[in-house]
Design a protein around this ligand. Structure first.
Ligand SMILES: Cc1cc2nc3c(=O)[nH]c(=O)nc-3n(C[C@H](O)[C@H](O)[C@H](O)COP(=O)(O)O)c2cc1C
Length: 395
């Protein structure tokens, strides 16, 4: 496949340098540093030079529609805060202050989970602008999270946020029947609350084998989930979050199965298993990283080094499965990248690591995306979509 992808660079501005200083000051407590995002989001409107407010202009609004007439999704802009950044679903609207047009909360499991007990669970790889983490799906349980989403959803829509709930199977269950029951229950609870539901079958951080490694179980899960979804009056969109490290053959098998089950789309993808770091364009070696789990593992990698691989996966899926909605995720840290991906046919992008490296990242990316649009002669994203309808069938 022809492959042309630019990992666009951004110039470090004053805010980015302040962020670098904060990372340095708190280098002994990466989890605290990481958690501080929620405070930044909350106080962004009153901290003078952050000037973080929801952007309600029409320029970057995006409506995602589905061939099977599932409910459309309305994003204030196609830049979504990826799962893991707001695991609690508290104060969702604050993230509109940071410039996001959507948010995936969670990942939630059926019940409360402490996550991995080893510390630290997050590590920063400064030179590569990457993060590796092994949080281990810590969360308060899907009922609590769904209740919070439900209570805030209308307000979130008013500030331009589309809200997804990410759910995963509880790690540690041993037989397939229990696994199936567990994840379908979580899905049903989350379904009542979110605008869309994201099924995380690719978490490399729990010490258990990933669900997407067992195709027959994954198929059972998705066919039950879609059976439930199709029995509801409201048809909400269902996305599968897949791993970025799949072989072509495995990717084809998973995608064929998702199409068979009628899943609406894919989030491409999750963190890259850190033990395979040598497959990414990085200098860092696995042995040099701080272990993030008691078993010596370093969990999953996020950030800039994931970009090229993610683009390859996105191109492949767009070419072979045009009926699927694609949300790109992995190393997206520039508005020009967002525009490149939109040109490839993605419906939206998700990002996470960039918020640790770029000051008010989503606002900066919005500006870059708007500039890229203008340069191409379009005033709004809607205008672009009208002139460049998305391909949804095989050529
Ligand atoms: C600290 C941390 C926690 C994460 N937790 C989750 C999670 O709970 N569920 C999930 O689906 N992805 C989780 N992710 C993965 C992100 O959602 C995203 O897929 C990944 O970071 C790649 O995007 P990025 O390069 O923009 O960071 C987490 C990532 C990080 C860095």
């Amino acid at each position: 496949m022809a492959f042309n992808c630019v990992n666009h660079e951004y110039y470090l501005n004053f805010g980015d340098r302040v962020l670098a200083m904060i990372r340095k000051i708190f280098h002994n407590n990466p989890e605290f540093r990481h958690d501080s995002l929620k405070h930044a989001a909350r106080f962004a409107p009153i901290i003078p030079f952050m000037s973080g407010r929801p952007d309600l202009s029409k320029t970057l609004k995006r409506v995602v529609t589905f061939p099977d007439h599932s409910n459309s999704l309305y994003f204030g802009c196609p830049i979504i805060l990826a799962a893991g950044a707001n695991k609690t679903a508290k104060r969702i609207c604050d993230y509109a202050n940071m410039g996001f047009g959507g948010i995936s909360v969670g990942t939630a499991t059926r019940n409360f989970r402490e996550g991995n007990t080893h510390r630290p669970r997050v590590g920063f790889i400064e030179e590569e602008r990457a993060i590796h983490n092994s949080m281990g799906l810590n969360n308060e349980g899907v009922e609590v999270i769904a209740r919070r989403v439900d209570a805030q959803l209308a307000k979130a829509h008013k500030v331009g946020l589309c809200v997804g709930v990410s759910v995963a199977e509880t790690p540690g269950l041993t037989n397939d029947e229990d696994k199936l029951k567990d994840v379908v229950e979580s899905f049903a609870i989350a379904y009542k609350a979110g605008d869309y539901i994201e099924i995380n079958v690719s978490c490399p951080n729990t010490g258990e084998s990933r669900v997407d490694m067992d195709l027959s179980l994954t198929e059972k899960i998705f066919s039950e989930i879609m059976k439930f979804r199709n029995s509801q009056t409201l048809r909400k969109a269902v996305y599968a979050k897949i791993s970025p490290d799949l072989s072509e053959c495995h990717l084809v098998n998973i995608m064929d199965m998702l199409v068979r089950c009628g899943v609406n789309g894919v989030v491409v993808g999750n963190t890259y298993p850190t033990k395979k770091i040598s497959e990414l364009p990085v200098q860092t070696k696995f042995e040099d990283l701080t272990p993030l789990r008691a078993d010596g593992d370093c969990g999953g990698m996020s950030g800039r080094p994931l970009y090229e691989n993610m683009v390859w996966n996105v191109k492949y899926i767009r070419e072979h499965y045009p009926q699927m909605s694609v949300i790109a995720c992995g190393g997206i840290d520039h508005g020009f990248k967002v525009f490149d991906l939109i040109k490839m046919g993605v419906d939206a992008v998700q990002c996470y690591s960039v918020v640790a490296f770029r000051w008010m990242a989503a606002h900066s990316m919005r500006k870059e995306l708007a500039a890229a649009l203008k340069e191409t002669g379009y005033a709004t994203l809607q205008d672009y979509d009208n002139h460049n309808p998305k391909v949804t069938t095989l050529k």
